[in-house]
Ligand binder design. Sequence first.
Ligand SMILES: [Zn+2]
Length: 126
Amino acid sequence: MGSAPTAATREPLVHELSIATAILEQAEEIARADGTDRVTAVTVRVGELAGVVPDALHFAFEVARDGTALAGAALVVEQVTALAWCDGCAEEFAVGMPPFFWCPSCDRPSQCLRSGRELEISGVKG
Ligand SMILES: [Zn+2]
């Protein structure tokens, strides 16, 4: 991680830009399969631990959508909380950000991640 210089946050990050491009390509395929010719919104589920900055993704999406069939589409980001499973008390707990894999109830380590790494399209609206 580390601290990024503030000026860099104004530029779309290469990482987010390649993700935005992949989302656009995938959404276009989904729209085509559904017979939708005009997409108004694309919803993506982004896990806390997916390594994607939602603000940067929004910006990258706006840059990447230009000139595509999805030029008028909005990006909707659904953030998914990172949850780990504890065998000891059979409960899920939020690992937080940065992640801390330690059950708060029984004070034991747990590496069993249940959610938080999602990066997938959950909906394409025509
Ligand atoms: Zn526990």
